[in-house]
Design a protein around this ligand. Structure first.
Ligand SMILES: C[S@@+](CC[C@H](N)C(=O)[O-])C[C@H]1O[C@@H](n2cnc3c(N)ncnc32)[C@H](O)[C@@H]1O
Length: 275
């Protein structure tokens, strides 16, 4: 950090970030920032668009900070570490495979997870829950508040898989129901899905083409036994529209629910149970 930007290392720093302490330097840099923004605005050809874009960016930054704080609180409550975001290249994913895994690890927030899961009305005791791209394990821990038969997380980054194993060992929760939690180090394209009814979960894990490849694999699995319920919840940090039309033209799966941040696809056997 530059001069005048000492940081406060108590309180919030324990939650994973620091606050600027030096007021004068902060004020000076803010003044300079305002001048620069004003000059940018004067130079902008489409001023209304520039203002809209700035507002959107500010909102995204605010929301990201709020989510980071809530993620840290979740970790502290449960004696685990899942909040810190990290590029996949830094946790053992070869450069050639980074882009197809969307480049960065970040955990899902509780709000989105709970809304997405509440949208399907399965009896969890019949299902194995599988987190596709499970990172440090947060989705598995949130799923453990439900009576799933078993919970599995598949992760291709060796460094994240190791953190998930440590988290499983240290996880503490008064609301945990499912204790059968297993982290698997594998690429989801090569992994053989568990037998029996499946609830698959994906949070921003796969880039479009890889996602399509994985969905076709799930579709083939559904074709093997039409009576076996298979459903998949896909969540996106901004909007599911970002993944495009990957859910279309799958002979054995159809969309049964679509919201801004999540979509649920299922075969007929799972669709009948989800009502
Ligand atoms: C956005 S993170 C979500 C992590 C976790 N589901 C959560 O919400 O806490 C996506 C994860 O998918 C993993 N991933 C991406 N491509 C993968 C693949 N082909 N096989 C296994 N894991 C993959 C990444 O390494 C990353 O940890």
């Amino acid at each position: 950090m530059g001069s005048g930007s000492q940081t406060f290392r108590g309180g919030y720093a324990k939650l994973g970030f620091c606050l600027p302490l030096s007021r004068p330097a902060e004020t000076m840099s803010t003044t300079r920032k305002i001048r620069e923004k004003f000059a940018e605005f004067r130079r902008a050809e489409r001023k209304a668009y520039w203002l809209w874009d700035q507002g959107r960016w500010r909102y995204f930054t605010y929301r990201h900070r709020k989510e980071a704080l809530l993620n840290s609180v979740f970790d502290r409550e449960h004696a685990i570490e899942t909040a810190v975001e990290i590029p996949l290249g830094a946790v053992g994913v070869p450069q050639a495979d980074v882009a197809r895994g969307n480049a960065v690890y970040r955990p899902l927030t509780e709000t989105v997870f709970r809304a997405a899961l509440a949208s399907v009305h399965f009896d969890p005791a019949k299902f194995t829950f599988v987190d596709i791209g499970s990172g440090k394990g947060k989705v598995m821990f949130m799923a453990a508040d439900h009576a799933f038969r078993r919970i599995v997380g598949i992760e291709y980054a060796a460094g994240l898989h190791e953190v998930a194993l440590r988290n499983i060992a240290s996880y503490r929760s008064k609301t945990q129901i499912c204790k059968a939690i297993e982290a698997v180090h594998a690429d989801v394209l090569e992994y053989t899905l568990p037998e029996g009814p499946l609830l698959l979960f994906i949070f921003n894990a796969l880039a479009k083409q890889t996602m399509r490849g994985f969905l076709e694999k799930v579709d083939r699995e559904a074709a093997r036994d039409p009576k076996r319920p298979i459903a998949l919840i896909y969540t996106n940090v901004r909007t599911v529209a970002e993944i495009g039309n990957v859910f279309s033209a799958l002979p054995n799966l159809r969309i049964i629910r679509r919201e801004r941040k999540y979509v649920v696809i299922a075969n007929e056997a799972a669709a009948a149970l989800a009502q």
